[in-house]
Design a protein around this ligand. Sequence first.
Ligand SMILES: Cc1ncc(C[n+]2csc(CCOP(=O)(O)OP(=O)(O)O)c2C)c(N)n1
Ligand SMILES: [Mg+2]
Length: 415
Amino acid sequence: MKKSLTRQQYLDLYYYMRLNRAVEDTMVKLFRQNKIVGGLYSSLGQEGISVGTAYALEKKDWLAPMIRNIGALLVKGVPPRDVFMQHMAKYDSPTKGKDGTSHFGDLENLHIVSPISMLGDLIPVMTGVAMAGRYLGQKIVAMTWIGDGGSSTGVFHEGLNFAATQKAPFVLILENNQWAYSTPVKRQVPLENLADRAKAYGIDSYIVDGNDVVAVYTTAKEAVDRARAGEGPILIEAKSFRRLGHAQHDPAEYVPKEMRKYWEARDPIALYEKFLTSEKLLDAKSKKEMEDKIDALLTKERDFAENSPMPPAEFAEHGVYCTGDDCHKIEPKWVRPKSEAMPPKSSVTAVWKVEGFGEGQGSAGGIAPIHFGDTTPTEGHPESASPAAPKGPAKKAGKKPAAPVAVASSRKARR
Ligand SMILES: Cc1ncc(C[n+]2csc(CCOP(=O)(O)OP(=O)(O)O)c2C)c(N)n1
Ligand SMILES: [Mg+2]
């Protein structure tokens, strides 16, 4: 761990990691009392990733958490009571008991996009958020997380390619915790480092020890600064370990004992405490004060959540089908203050400029030309072969498509 942060930053990282763990410990108790509705996922041992990465964001930035990123929600400002109530499906929860786990967002104040269960789908969504921010001249960065397993979905690759092509101010944290359910990473990806996936999209990547919160934060901060400066998306692979099963129901007996032992000895909070103590940033007294503060906060938050009512039965039929204005007024919530959406903060024409990428409009003013080698350039474009060049994809005269039988047999021959 390098020493380069302010004292307050060091202590903030410690506070949020401890809070993250304490919130999840409280929820395990609630789960065992049958008060949690649905599954409960743990980030035990991965707190340094959620906390260190989210701490690198500014207030105006956007994030979308996955199931193991409660720590990121806490850093962004979500009160623990909302996390408890959401998991307990209480009426005062952000979704009023209509959804569980951390499936809630806050588009207006905290800039949180609700998680999407389909792994990888948040990547194109957050790329869109990043692009919208750029269009509005807001200089925001969007961040989301993906697991080692999730990095093998199609949409991971489509999304990252899209983000790279658009040079979106987007930072993707790949949490390599060695397991996707019961599948070890080595049996699903033929790569030593998942960060290498970035090479396919021509973007930069970092590899960081996910159990070293200072390393995570400094790496994330550099990536966020670079993305904000217009360098395009960045992928960070944070190596860590899923200390518990996929969720509470999974005893994870498939995990080799030595592997578990190795990572348990590298607990991110214990490692960080050691560092803080040796650097004289934390002593027994200040540690106890922080623990008392967290205890008092969570007692209050848990009481509030437990005393919140379940939704009334008749509420189940509300909000299922939108009936128009008597359901809710349909107006876009993303409308920004006029000054923010007008020059000099943004352009009024739907044209964006990205260094090294070009413009979102054909340079001749027409539709952006696409060159796939055998596609004739659009009429009027400087590269156009002739003024009479046909619009749309060129037809290859006299070239018949190969017969399906021939394709099948030639593939067979190659095998
Ligand atoms: C597209 C898609 N396929 C499968 C699932 C089911 N599923 C949920 S979590 C999970 C394992 C994810 O593993 P990983 O991405 O490594 O994340 P981790 O649980 O380790 O944090 C799977 C297969 C899903 N939600 N979405
Ligand atoms: Mg995993």
